[in-house]
Design a protein around this ligand. Structure first.
Ligand code: AMP
Length: 183
């Protein structure tokens, strides 16, 4: 089956569900089986890239680590640059950062502000949106750096957790290639 003929159902079937990882009660939606399939990887990147192109993206931003896999591939497919949104202390230059709440504790993301020109349209790409905390923090950070962030793309949405609606409330159009019920 070629990338262009892969159905949404066939793509979804490539995602492995691992119960109780990393903790009891979580259904972990594992994309390693999807990216391990050449057609599945190509199809997901092509579908994300088409949506990013339609949204007029000038750069793709991806969050460490799984956002790097899809985000960089989408950027290559569109011939535009990729902006890595990194965990603290990884970038070798002066960064700007944002702290955001996790279920337990906080985390931080950093970006090189020199990667973004004022008003540049930056689309966010990640593997999965759950609560949306990571993507909202990323949007805030990119906006602080001067970007126009009005589009976020995910392979998987967990709509029951409300993350996509939270992003929409922040003026960001959200698209995902598939949804899974529950968390
Ligand atoms: P959130 O900030 O809650 O939207 O969480 C998003 C990040 O956590 C994504 O980058 C995912 O990689 C990871 N994540 C959260 N929940 C799951 C899940 N059920 N299965 C796989 N990854 C998840």
């Amino acid at each position: 089956m070629s990338a262009t003929t892969m159905t949404p159902e066939a793509l979804k079937a490539l995602v492995r569900t691992v119960p109780d990882f990393p903790q009891a009660g979580i259904q972990f939606r594992d994309i390693t089986t999807l990216i391990g399939d050449g057609e599945g990887l190509a199809a997901s990147v092509a579908m994300l890239a088409e949506r990013a192109r339609a949204g007029g993206a000038q750069r793709i931003a991806g969050m460490e680590a799984r956002g790097f896999i899809f985000g960089a591939a989408v950027a290559v497919a569109l011939g535009i640059g990729f902006i890595p949104v990194r965990k603290p202390g990884k970038l070798p230059v002066d960064t700007i950062g944002v702290d955001y709440a996790l279920e337990y504790g906080t985390d931080r993301l950093e970006v090189d502000p020199a990667a973004i020109a004022p008003g540049m349209r930056v689309a966010i790409v990640d593997d999965l949106i759950a609560t949306g905390g990571t993507a909202l923090a990323t949007a805030e950070l990119l906006r602080q750096a001067g970007a126009r962030v009005d589009h976020a793309l995910f392979v998987i949405d967990l709509p029951d957790l409300g993350g996509a609606n939270g992003l929409r409330g922040a003026g960001i159009e959200v698209e995902a290639l598939m949804e899974f019920e529950g968390d």
